[in-house]
Design a protein around this ligand. Sequence first.
Ligand code: HEC
Ligand code: HEC
Ligand code: HEC
Length: 155
Amino acid sequence: MTNRILRITTLLLGLFLLYPAPGSAETPLPTIHEPEGKGLKCVEPEEVMRRDHMEFILHQRDETMHEGIRTSKYSFAECINCHVEPDEKGHIASSKSKDHFCNGCHEYAAVTIDCFECHADRPQKHIKRGKKTATIQQDLHQMLSANNDNGGELK
Ligand code: HEC
Ligand code: HEC
Ligand code: HEC
């Protein structure tokens, strides 16, 4: 209950920080990089995504993780595939940079997420796959089994 209230408060605070009243010129807005061109649309309308994106991916994660249901509508990898792209110089911002689609906003709203410790922060086609893969997978398995103690909840 307290958690819920805290969450709602954070959300409101987050939205307040994101959309300051016009004229509060001292507060620079975060740069939000949106996918460009060709009538691309998000998986839900923009204002829904702004407000509820975490519900979609967290819910989706729970369904996939606990019940083995797999749909692609709210796929995490697809979010990144569409939202993250190289700049003109071919450089792809990491999830720790304010130029990363997810992090620009989160840094601004003081939100921290651990998702990119395991999930790729760049599109699949830009992931370099090499010899290190095995080690990363081992790390991942270790982390996941460590998390089983709390019901598989990845927090
Ligand atoms: C400890 C590593 C780890 C962390 C941290 C983690 N995940 Fe995952 N996640 C996984 C693994 C492993 C899978 C299963 C992948 C599969 O089934 O192919 C998964 C699956 C998912 C899926 C379903 C598959 C997909 O691509 O849609 C979503 C959505 C997801 N995670 C979202 C998140 C979000 C959001 C966060 C942060 C709040 C997060 N994950 C943090 C390891 C992690
Ligand atoms: C097919 C490409 C595509 C996919 C996949 C996609 N998005 Fe989007 N997203 C967009 C576009 C384009 C916009 C700009 C609004 C619009 O036109 O719908 C947007 C807008 C958003 C916004 C609002 C940004 C703002 O300016 O306030 C958020 C948040 C967001 N997306 C998160 C996500 C998440 C999380 C996922 C994965 C569940 C996802 N998107 C999947 C294309 C995509
Ligand atoms: C338009 C700004 C914006 C963009 C873009 C955005 N987020 Fe968020 N995100 C927020 C805000 C604000 C919150 C905090 C809301 C709350 O506390 O309930 C949040 C919360 C979250 C949470 C829940 C954190 C928690 O601990 O409860 C997850 C997971 C998340 N975002 C994932 C993503 C991912 C992944 C992307 C990129 C695909 C993304 N977000 C892009 C603004 C954004």
